[in-house]
Design a protein around this ligand. Structure first.
Ligand code: FNR
Length: 361
């Protein structure tokens, strides 16, 4: 095994797109960490589909349009963002760079965007929000029962987090890594002991699923906060309808970056039907597979209000810390602007279904 390269202090020369950070990040991470970051579940069919599906959508060039006042601004839950790119919650960011989540938070702010901090963050919620210099979003994982979940939610609210994203699609922990002693989920209490199973009982049904949230818990959670509250990990329109009917402010169409149910459809394939089901009654965010600004445009054209990116910003983080994260966001935004210009689109609102052709059309 070759030596790990040191982190850089300045943005490397010759980077044209977010994907150019991938090899630089790989050279700077232990193989086990790289594998944990990149892997999908099972045979990685869903992971693969997430990326390929974008190729089935075509962008229609529209020269001569007047886009001189063009911009990528959006307003989401009362906050104006310079662009529709939110950094997705990713666990244990000190695995990738000593500055961890704080670096991602600073970069999100510097680029006029947002970071959703994971329940499994490796720095305290208070430390991260201080580094950010702005309110952030918090991703909530169910903590085995209501009192523990409420305790974590209240801590985030007290720390100043301004929106809550409740992730529901990963009740069974598959992608795991042996964490170094210095890195842990510092915001969580020691987990409740795993239920003792009788010989005839199943680890899945009687173990993990006994500690997973159910619909009645979603209704309960909605009543615990007046902050904007979203559910992350929805792929079925009926689930989207139920979430919105429970009074949630929105949802994230996501298959967790292909890391949970292998064989699940590409997140993008599920987006249009969910958008039409929600029908403006809540925000529909999208993630899983976005790698460049064209992908962002396609997701917005299929009805997403904003997108989250996962692995690509970690490639920047692993290479050059906050600077790398900020650079990845900027590259994505530049590509989005170019795509908008070449398709005659002056604002995010104008990115509509008519701007694209899908192979399904
Ligand atoms: C994740 N994701 C995730 N989601 C979440 O709600 N809480 C978490 O702690 C994590 N942790 C996490 C770790 C790693 C290493 C990865 C790759 C992903 C899922 C994440 O928020 C997002 O849904 C996907 O990463 C989006 O897919 P792309 O952009 O990575 O293709």
């Amino acid at each position: 095994m070759g030596e790990l390269l040191p982190k850089l202090a300045t943005i490397p020369e010759g980077i044209q797109s977010a994907a150019d950070y991938l090899p630089l990040a790989r050279e700077r991470l232990l193989p086990a960490v790289w594998h944990y970051l990149e892997e999908g579940s099972g045979n990685q069919v869903t992971l693969h589909t997430n990326n390929c599906v974008f190729d089935s959508i075509r962008l229609i060039p529209r020269p001569m349009a007047d886009v001189r006042d063009g911009h990528t601004r959006i307003t989401l839950f009362g906050q104006t963002l310079a662009h529709p790119v939110i950094l997705a919650p990713l666990a244990y960011q000190r695995l990738y760079h000593p500055h961890g989540e704080s670096a991602s938070a600073m970069a999100a702010n510097a680029q006029g965007g947002q970071l959703c901090v994971s329940s499994l963050a490796s720095q305290t919620l208070e430390e991260i929000i201080t580094a950010a210099g702005q309110p952030l979003w918090f991703q909530l994982y169910w903590q085995e029962d209501r009192p523990r979940t409420l305790k974590l939610l209240r801590r985030a609210v007290t720390a100043g987090y301004q929106a809550i994203v409740f992730t529901v699609d990963a009740p069974i922990k598959q992608a795991t890594i042996q964490l170094p002693a210095s890195i842990s989920a510092v915001n969580l209490d020691t987990p409740a002991p795993f239920p003792a199973l009788l010989p005839h009982q199943s680890q899945v049904f009687n173990g993990w699923m006994a500690q997973a949230p159910r619909w009645e818990d979603l209704a309960w959670l909605r009543a615990q906060t007046s902050l904007p509250l979203l559910v992350k990990g929805i792929l079925h329109p009926e689930d989207a309808r139920k979430v919105i009917n429970l009074g949630y402010d929105g949802l994230v169409v996501s298959n967790h970056g292909g890391r949970v149910l292998d064989g699940a459809p590409a997140s993008l394939a599920c987006l249009p039907e969910i958008v039409s089901t929600v029908s403006g009654r809540g925000k529909v965010l999208f993630d899983s597979g976005i790698r460049n600004g064209r992908d962002i445009y396609k997701a917005l054209a299929l009805g997403a209000d904003a997108v989250l990116i996962g692995r690509p910003y970690i490639w920047g983080l692993a290479t050059v810390g906050a600077l790398g994260v900020a650079h990845v966001i900027r590259l994505l935004r530049d590509e989005l602007e170019m795509t908008m210009a070449l398709t005659g689109t002056a604002s995010i609102r104008e990115i509509t279904r008519e701007k694209i052709i899908s192979d399904r059309d």
